[in-house]
Design a protein around this ligand. Sequence first.
Ligand code: NAD
Length: 496
Amino acid sequence: MKTYQEWQALRDTISLHSEAYINGGFTPAQSGETFDCINPTDESLLVKMASCDEADVNIATSVAKAAFKSGVWSNMAPGKRKRILQKWADLIEAHQDELALTDTLDMGKSISEMVNIDVPDSIDALRWSAECIDKLYGEIAPTNPNNLALISREPLGVVAVITPWNYPLMMVMWKIAPALAAGNSIILKPSEKAPLSALRIAELATQAGLPNGVFNVLPGFGHTAGKALALHHDIGTLAFTGSSRVAGMLMQYAGQSNMKRVWLEAGGKSPCLVFDDCKDIQAAAEGAAAAIFTNQGEVCIACSRLYVHSSIKEEFMAALINAAKAYVSGDPLDPKTKMGPMVDKAQLDTVHRFIDSALADGATLALGGVREYQAGQGFYAQPTIFTDASHKMEFVREEIFGPVLAVMTFDTEEEAIALANDSQYGLGASVWTNDLARAHRVSRLLESGMVWVNTWGDGDTTVPFGGVKASGNGRDKSWHALEKYTEIKNTWISLK
Ligand code: NAD
C-alpha cells in the first residue's frame, strides 16, 4: 500500500478521460454538452465529462448490435474469449493503483477500501467469469428415443448496464464480466456521479483484444441517457443497480417499449439483530458499526436498523459508541482514513434532512448528527446514532444511504423477526447469536436475499449477491449471475 504522500503525488499526475467510449474509441457527446465531475473531498473540478443522451444511445446501440450480429465476439471460440477477458483482468491489475485512485477522487471512498476491496473484487469477478466461458456445457433432455432434444445457452444480444456511484468499478464489473463472458455486447451507463473508472477499463478492454463495439460506455444522466437505453427497442436486457425508485421506473420503460428483461439490484434498509446469547458483545458492536459506517454508510447492504435484546442494551450501546468513534473522517487518500466525504452536496443534504426528521420525531441522539459542512472543505457527515427509534419514524423506514443508525430493542425472537421483516426492502440482514439452532431458525424466517451470521458484508465471487421485495429481482456474482445473461434454446430433432 502506498503512503498518503505517494497517493497525493499520484493524484497530481493522473490523467482522466472525459469522453464517451464507442466502437473502441473516445468521442464527445453528439450534443457537445458536458457535466462537471467534482472531487467531493475538496469540491475541485476533475473533468468536464461528455453528457450523452438519446442521440449517443442510438449510435452506441447500432454499433453494439452490429458487433453482436457479426459474431466477432458472440461467436468467437470460447477459449479465445476466455483469454481476452483474462488479459483484460491482468491489465486492470497492472493499473490497480490508478483505478483505485480514480474512484476515490470521483466519489470520496477511502483509498484503503479501494485497494483492499473494490479493485481486487472487480478483478476476481472478471477472472471468475472468464474461467466459466469454456466450462459451460449444453444438455440433452431424456426424451423418448425417437427424438433428440438439445438444450443450449445463447447470448442475449445487446445488454444495457446502468450502475450507481457507491462502488463504481465493482458494481460495473459484477455485471459486465458475466454479461461479456456469455457473449453479449454491452452499453454501460455509469452513474453521472462517478463515471471515470468505467472509461479507463473500456480502454484497457480494447488493449486486451476485446473487439470494437462490444463494450461501449456512455457517461450521462439517468433521465437522458439512462431512460433512452431503457426505452430502446434494440436492447434485449437491462441490468441495473441503483435505487428502488428508479428500478420501478425501468420496469415501466421496459413495458412501454419491447418488454426487455430487467434485472434489478435495488435499495435496502437492512436490519442487524443482536441477541442476548451473543457471546462476544465487543465483536457484535464492531460488526454493527462496520455495517453502517463503512463507505460513509453509502452501502446498499448497510444495516441502518439495529435491534438489540433489551437485557443487553446498555452494555451493547457502550461498546457500539466506542466502536463508532473509530470512524474518523478525513482525506480518503490517507490510508488511515476510515470515512471519506459523502459523494456530493445533495447526498449530504439528504443525510441531514433525515437527521432533522429523526430529531423532530423524538428519537434520542446518542452520537454525531452535527452538520459541519463549510463550502470547499468537502461533503463530510459524522457517524450518527439514534436510540429510542420506532417504525413510525421516517428515518427508520426509508433508505438514507448515509452514516445514520437507528437503534431499537426487542424482548423475544418472534418480535425481533417481525421488526426485521417490517420493511419494504429485503436485501441483507446480520444476526448475532451464539445459538446455532437460533441462527438457522432466524435466518430462514428473515425476508432477505442475504443473511450474515456473526458477521456482516462478507462475500465471494462464488456466492450470489441480491435481494427480495423492493430490493430487486436479480443476483450479481456466481453462476446465478452468468445465467441471467443467457437465453435457453431447445432444438428438437426427429430421429425417425
Ligand atoms: P439511482 O437510482 O439514483 O441511480 C442509479 C443509476 O440509474 C444511475 O446511473 C442513474 O443515472 C440512473 N438513472 C436515474 N434515473 C434514471 C432513469 N429515469 N432512467 C434510467 N436510468 C436512470 O441510485 P444511486 O444514487 O446512483 O445509487 C444509490 C442506490 O443504489 C441506493 O438505493 C443503493 O441501495 C443502491 N445500490 C444497490 C445495490 C445492490 O446490489 N442491491 C448496490 C449498490 C447500490
